[in-house]
Write a new protein. Sequence first.
Length: 291
Amino acid sequence: MSVIVDAMNILSIQSHVAYGHVGNAAAVFPLQRLGVEVWPIHTVQFSNHTGYGEWKGEVFGARLIGNLVAGIEQRGVLGQCDGVLSGYMGGADIGAAILGAVAAVKRANPSARYCCDPVIGDVGRGVFVREGIPEFMKTKAVPAADIVTPNQFELDYLSGRESKTLGQARDAVKAVHALGPRAILVTSLHTEETPEDAIDLLASDTSGCFRLRTPKLPLSVNGAGDAIAALFFAHYLRSGKIDQALTQAASSIFGVLAKTAQAGAPEIQLVAAQDEIVKPSCIFEAERIDP
């Protein structure tokens, strides 16, 4: 599998950590490794991700996002932005500022696309974001997005449905399409049809619905969702083919996670396994599952 490198600029508005890889610390480097120019705006700067139980750092206000986007606009380059990527939102005010940035980019470049990773919660953990964020995601962010990348828990929340079977998952995806997004990537999907030793991903747009299955790896690290959302967005912008974007992004992340598991590392090994980003050791092909 070859990676075609062409000029692309993505504005990535997410949290950031000094140690480890979540948020922009998980998204920026993989995009750069693909040859994408990234304009990162950090919504927080922490020492490490909060899963460690303690951390140092600061949450930035929504005003900073608007100021930084205005500064980029003053350089006269906002029209060269091909897409906006967002992840964890610390509050509805941050979310509103991100949507303001999306609007500014699309005014400058109407062909730009917005990819929203609607971080709300996860299976087993439930909702883990601040009050008001799930509602903001469903009523504001997701309808404004061209592409969304929910996990299974977030798919169920956004659709108001269950996804215990593959058929139910497809129906839930259709319900999320009805909210506005043209393209959807569902990560960490496990239905009744998924073997216990495997994990599924589902991707859908007007060209069809596709499933990709990989082995389940014996590890639990943060940041994989942030990284795959970024990679999927970039590949989809470049090719316009959702099955190809799914194959490329999933194969790369599996390769990185496999090397992370081999190393027994507590953090995803994006730098050590960076060759997997551009040339995965193992290719998993997306399978059309249209009826």
